[in-house]
Design a protein around this ligand. Sequence first.
Ligand SMILES: Cc1ncc(COP(=O)(O)O)c(C=O)c1O
Length: 585
Amino acid sequence: MHKVMTLFIAHVSVLMYNNKKVLFSGRKMALKIQNRQKFRKEVFIMKKKTIFAMLLCICLTASFTLTGCGQSQASPSDNSGSSAAISEVVSSDNQQNASQTSENSEAADASAAEPDTPATQDGPVTIDNIRNLVVGIDEPVELRDGTKKAMINFDNAATTPVLKPVEDEVNKEFEMYGSIGRGYSAKSNHSTDVYNQVRNKVIDFVGADDGDNTYTAFFVNNTTDGLNKLASALIESKDDLVLTTRIEHHANDLSWRERCNVVYAEVDEQGRVIYDDIERLLKENEGKIKYVSVTAASNVTGYVTDVHRIAKMAHQYGAKIIVDGAQIVAHRAFSMIGDTPEENIDFFVFSAHKMYSPYGGGAVVGLTEVLNKHQPEFYGGGTVTIVKDDRQEYKSAPEVYEAGSPNYAGVVGLGKAIDILQEVGFDKIEAHEKALNKKLIEGLKKLDNVIIYGDSENIDDRVGVVSFNFSDINSFILAKNLSEMGGVATRRGAFCAHPYVWRLMKLTDEEINKFAGCADIKTAGMVRISFGIYNTEEEVDQFLAMMPEIMKESTVEKYYLSVNSNRSVPQEELENAVKSIPVAY
Ligand SMILES: Cc1ncc(COP(=O)(O)O)c(C=O)c1O
């Protein structure tokens, strides 16, 4: 009887185990299918299946007991139990060796059919377990040879993947989604509350909550949108003067250049902003420069600029300071408040999609008083107190800066992303990135003919961004091969920071112009690796280990033959191609 009971319990356990994802991980499943009704239906079907399975177990157990063959033979359920265990090993192995070239395309295909959904973390989220929460981390991509492997994502400065808790929070809030600031319903009130809570969280995140509403925040689509909106409000005339630098992303250059006069502070030989040049320009244009707009961290070299030092200079000469925070927010703790009031930052702009919430959001945090003296060139619903036939009155900041219905998912995601980054801790993030940078730079230095842009000796003032080239390789071919042969995502080109990139590459005007307008293999550029908090030293090792082979395959000749592999290429044509495709960029 004891044996019969044991057998019965074993069968039921195996069946329950197989169904556990639905029966015991209801929340996870609900999130996975992202639809409660569908979830209830699935649970109902599973319950029915389980009752049926239990009846089957009773019959099986009885027949096994009667025939006396139950003890040593593995049942079909046992088999499925062990294959589940094997697939779990494969998937956890995949996770650990996320970037190894798959030698077993069958296993990769299996995981391609049902990619792992990262689990929600029960305990605290840390720098060591954050990788488990990255959506799509194990998703295999196809390589040129037809095998599949999980990608090494070294392109986090462009955009970051979504974190599972961020996705969960957005999905959860959709259950209670209603119009923001416009409706009279429980859902509308809830959504409006959440929206404004995130606004306060953002102000707090950048240290600007002084309890006095000195600063407010308005939501935007991204940094580009935020800088343009700010510029459209602050710039009053074409004759206004703005100071920016040659390190900037186009978002913090063109937004001003197109609206008013701009003077640019230069960068030094290593590509760092020259503080003295900023001071010189402020002095030379005493009283005329209204705004100084600088990036807190470069998307090309990762240099962190001392924006509080610049704030002090700007304020001394009567200017306000705007900081492009796109590349700092996910990498270093940032406070708009300096050691002294003169060092405070007046406006700070950033994107949520670069901090693990890619739902198209971002924010501008700025001085309430200054924002209230201006108005952006965006008009519409939500911005007015009253509109009459011939007159309209506008609300104050932040509402007047948020015309139209907002991007709720982007705001909710941003709020959760802030929570997660703070939970992980910026001290840990900074230390982790420094270790990755060090390993990468040291490894790159060992490769023949490498050119690393920026300071590769003193790297403490760099976030996890490293751009490089090889004097005998075209960067387009290298990036293409890294992706197609190694499954490594990098960015290649001039990273929307052309004037800075041309300076670092020391290109003459003639060289820059030569290939202007052709965004292809002939366009000057670099390869950029940019780290996220979930990247590992093992990934850097794997990347460095594959480089010699990939570099060997990245000659212009091999590239040209591979893209024309459907025909035989005449020698003369090949020679001409080799001559026409530049190396070193
Ligand atoms: C320094 C910097 N500023 C601004 C931007 C623009 O950000 P977004 O594309 O989110 O508007 C970027 C994007 O890469 C950036 O790196």
